[in-house]
Design a protein around this ligand. Structure first.
Ligand code: PSU
Ligand code: MN
Length: 305
């Protein structure tokens, strides 16, 4: 564990790690950019409670005043939630400048993995990851999340990826870069709001013990990459595919018409989808994050045994 001069591990997280107890990392872009206030703060705190109820210590990760925080306080979570999109969405390319300037940043999957790894945290729960965008064959818009999964040894538990992305190309990219995709209780890649995408994952895994065993083997092999766990949204919270796909098509058309590009693309699409589905998608989004937190906490507990 290479402790870094820019890193602050909270006392609770540091103690849990020192005692070999399970810890689960959580991202902060989902708080600032992914949901409206105050639901974002309520959800972030509820996710922390669920991690605890399932036997692990939560470490919400963010950049506060140029410090890399592994374990945010309630006040820091409230600050990020209120600030919303005025906080920088921080990917790998932003970290050094934010640290040098002493600024705040909301961590994406990429930077949450980086900071979790610095702190010695192996399991991370979120909602959805970035991926290869539709039309990437001309825009070259591929999320840095995929590159990070290829190079940073953290297990990421998500609910698959939204079909704002090209899911087929996302799986191809992960295959090329050696990232295993494990379906939790399914052999199909879930599509975030829905349980089905029509694409197969690499392996179906049915228990947290098996997830932990697979990741332990990856670490023991000396692999420096991560692993992606795709955990489908519970049936009772999943959305009507027709409703969500219509909203996604409309959001993509609006992004194109408005010339949206770069780091704005994903937040724009997510916000439009939410607007077009009138809040139903927010409920689903919250529930799938809770579901991922449970699986991640149980897996982290198996991993320290
Ligand atoms: N996809 C979602 N919800 C999210 C994100 C993606 O369904 O909140 C956020 C995550 O923080 C993810 C980031 O790491 O967007 C990816 O952004 P980009 O596509 O610009 O790499
Ligand atoms: Mn992008």
């Amino acid at each position: 564990m290479a402790l870094n001069k820019y890193l602050d591990v909270s006392p609770e997280v540091a103690q849990a790690l020192a005692e070999g107890r399970p810890v689960v990392a959580l991202e902060s872009t989902i708080i600032s950019h992914g949901m409206p206030y105050p639901q974002n703060v309520e959800t972030a705190l509820a996710v922390e409670r669920i991690i605890r109820e399932n036997g692990a210590v939560p470490a919400t990760i963010a950049i506060i005043g140029g410090r890399l925080k592994a374990g945010c306080s309630k006040e820091e979570i409230e600050h990020l939630g209120r600030a919303g999109t005025s906080v920088a969405k921080a990917s790998r390319r932003d970290l050094a400048v934010l640290c040098a300037r002493g600024q705040d940043g909301a961590t994406t999957v990429t930077t949450t993995m980086i900071i979790a790894h610095m702190a010695g945290i192996k399991v991370f729960a979120t909602g959805g990851i970035g991926g290869v965008h539709r039309g990437a064959e001309t825009t070259m818009d591929i999320s840095a999340d995929l590159e990070e999964l290829a190079h940073t040894p953290v297990m990421v538990v998500c609910a698959g990826a939204k079909s704002i992305l090209d899911l087929g190309l996302t799986l191809e990219y992960l295959e090329t870069h050696g990232v295993p995709v494990l379906g939790f209780g399914t052999s199909e890649l879930p599509a975030f709001y829905t349980r089905h995408s029509g694409f197969q994952v690499d392996y179906r895994v049915d228990t947290p013990e098996e997830l932990a065993a697979a990741f332990r083997a990856s670490l023991e092999l000396g692999f420096d990459g991560g692993m992606l766990v795709a955990n489908p949204i519970p049936e009772e919270y999943s959305m009507d595919p027709a409703v969500i796909n219509t909203a996604i098509s409309e959001a993509l058309a609006q992004a194109k018409a408005n010339g949206i590009h770069g780091k704005e693309t994903t937040p724009f699409l997510l916000a439009k989808v939410k607007e077009l589905t009138g809040g139903d998608s927010l409920d689903s989004n919250i529930q799938l994050v809770f579901n991922n937190a449970r699986v991640a906490a149980k897996t982290a507990a198996c991993l320290v045994k």
